[in-house]
Design a protein around this ligand. Structure first.
Ligand code: S3P
Length: 428
C-alpha cells in the first residue's frame, strides 16, 4: 500500500495510542510459564505481539482472546511442549530474542525463523550468552543469523557482561536464568528498558538491580498476573513530534507509558525547547503512566544526543531526525550504530529519505548530524518496509504543501494499526 500525505493544517485534539509493544510481548511470554491463569488487558493487537501469541500456542499454551483482553493458562515453568513445527517470529525481533532465552531453558528442540528482514538481524548477541549458560544453539552464517535451532536445558547461572545496551539481550539471558542452577546476572554498558525486571518482580521473582547490573535468583514458580498494558510511548512519539513541528498544532496523548527507561526522547526534546507537558502521572500495573501534551514550538533549538541517551530513545530516532530538521542549528546524534540492525538500517533510511525532501543531513557510521531549520518538500519516499520509518516519514510529509508518497505503508500494522486514521482525525 502506498499512502499520499501533505500539509492540510494543524493537528488538534486528543487521542489514545495502541498498547505498549514491549510490555505486551513480555506479559504473554511470562504468563505462559506462570502457575495459573493470567489476565492481560489492552494487549497490543498488532502483528508483532500476535507473532508472539502464535509462537506460544505452538508451545502448547492455551490463550483465549476477547477484544484486546487475553486469558493465558500458564503451564508452569516446566509445562511447555516441544513444538512440532518451526516457529515463525515474522518481523518481530523481540519475539525471536526473548523466545531464544525461554527455549534455552527447555529440554527440547525448537527452531525460530522470521521474515526476510528478521532473517538479516544479528542473533549472535543472544546465542553467545545462552551457550555460556549451557544451551545448544546453532544458526545460519556461522551462528549469527536466523533461523536459530535450540536444544535447551541443563543451564548454569552466569554473570554476563553484555557489550550491547539491549533489553532484548538482557531479557533473553534473564529468561534463561529462570531455569538455571544458581543466580544469573547481566551487566549492561548503559541502562536499557526495564519492563522485564519490573514484571518478573511483580510475579514474585527475586530481582536485584544495582546500577547497570541485574541479578535474578531462579524461582520455584511464577505467580500469574492481572495487568493492564499502557499506551506505547514509542507510538505516542509520532504525535508528540508532529504537534511540535506542524504550525498551530496542540495534541494531548492520553494514557501513555512513561517509564524513564523509555522516555529519552522527552529529555532530548526538552533540551530543544519543546513545549511538552507531562500531566496526570500515575502508576498502572507497576509502570508509570501519564498524559502528554505537546504544542507547536516554532523556535526549537538543535542539541547533541550522546551514546548513553540512545537506549532510552532507540525506537524514536527516526522521528527525532524529523524534529531536528526543524530546529535551529546542528543536531548531532552519535553512538547509535545499533540503529543499523533494526527492522531496517534506520540511519541509512532516514538519511536517504530526508535528503529527498531537502534536509541537510550527514551520515556517520554511528549516527547523523542535521542542520536546520529547513523547509521540507514533498517527495516519493520509501519506508523500507519498516513501520517506524513509515510513520516518521508520514510526520515529515505533513510539513509540505507538496504531497509525498510513502511506499509499503502497511508496515505500520507491525506496531500501530490505525495510525493513519488517528492522523487524519487530528488533522480535521
Ligand atoms: C525492545 C528492545 C529494543 C527496541 C525494540 C523492543 C524490547 O531493542 O528497539 O523495539 O521490547 O525489548 P534492543 O534490545 O535490540 O535494543
Amino acid at each position: 500500500m502506498t499512502v499520499e500525505l501533505s500539509f492540510k493544517g494543524p493537528l488538534k485534539g486528543e487521542t489514545l495510542v495502541p498498547s505498549d509493544k514491549s510490555i505486551s510481548h513480555r506479559a504473554a511470554i511470562f504468563s505462559s510459564i506462570a502457575k495459573g491463569k493470567s489476565i492481560i488487558r489492552n494487549y497490543l493487537m498488532a502483528r508483532d505481539p500476535l507473532s508472539t501469541l502464535n509462537a506460544l500456542r505452538l508451545l502448547d499454551v492455551d490463550i483465549s482472546v476477547e477484544g484486546s483482553t487475553l486469558v493465558i493458562s500458564g503451564k508452569g515453568l516446566q509445562g511447555l511442549r516441544e513444538p512440532d513445527d518451526v516457529i515463525d517470529c515474522e518481523n518481530s525481533g523481540t519475539t525471536m530474542r526473548l523466545l531464544s532465552g525461554l527455549l534455552a531453558g527447555q529440554p527440547f528442540f525448537s527452531v525460530l525463523t522470521g521474515d526476510s528482514s528478521l532473517r538479516q538481524r544479528p542473533m549472535g548477541r543472544v546465542i553467545l550468552p545462552l551457550r555460556m549458560m549451557g544451551a545448544h544453539l546453532v544458526a545460519r552464517k556461522d551462528d549469527s543469523l536466523p533461523p536459530v535451532a535450540i536444544k535447551g536445558g541443563g543451564l548454569k547461572g552466569i554473570e554476563y557482561i553484555s557489550p550491547h545496551a539491549s533489553a532484548q539481550v538482557k531479557s533473553a539471558v534473564l529468561l534463561a536464568g529462570l531455569y538455571a542452577e544458581g543466580k544469573t546476572s547481566v551487566i549492561e554498558p548503559h541502562k536499557s528498558r526495564d519492563h522485564t525486571e519490573r514484571m518478573l518482580s511483580s510475579m514474585g521473582v527475586e530481582i536485584k538491580v544495582e546500577g547497570l547490573k541485574v541479578t535474578l535468583t531462579p524461582p520455584e514458580e511464577l505467580a500469574p498476573v492481572d495487568i493492564t498494558v499502557p499506551g506505547d510511548f514509542s507510538s505516542a512519539a509520532f504525535f508528540i513530534v508532529a504537534a511540535l513541528i506542524i504550525p498551530g498544532s496542540e495534541v494531548l496523548v492520553r494514557n501513555v507509558g512513561v517509564n524513564p527507561t523509555r522516555t529519552g526522547l522527552l529529555d532530548v526534546l526538552m533540551r530543544m525547547g519543546a513545549e511538552v507537558e507531562i500531566l496526570n502521572q500515575r502508576e498502572v500495573s507497576g509502570e508509570p503512566v501519564a498524559d502528554i501534551l505537546s504544542k507547536y514550538t516554532p523556535d526549537l533549538r538543535a542539541t547533541e544526543v550522546k551514546e548513553e541517551e540512545i537506549p532510552k530513545a532507540i525506537d524514536e530516532f527516526p522521528v527525532l531526525t524529523v524534529a531536528a530538521t526543524q530546529a535551529e542549528g546542528i543536531t548531532i546524534i552519535r553512538g547509535a550504530s545499533e540503529l543499523r540492525v533494526k527492522e531496517s538500517d534506520r540511519i541509512a533510511a532516514m538519511v536517504s529519505e530526508l535528503r529527498k525532501m531537502g534536509a541537510e543531513i550527514e551520515e556517520y557510521p554511528d549516527g547523523v548530524s542535521i542542520k536546520g531549520p529547513v523547509e521540507l518538500k514533498g517527495a516519493q519516499l520509501s519506508s523500507y518496509g519498516d513501520h517506524r520509518i513509515a510513520m516518521a516519514l508520514s510526520v515529515a510529509a505533513l510539513l509540505s504543501d507538496v504531497p509525498s508518497t510513502i511506499d509499503d505503508s502497511s508496515s505500520v500494522e507491525i506496531s500501530f494499526p490505525g495510525f493513519y486514521e488517528i492522523l487524519s482525525r487530528l488533522g480535521q
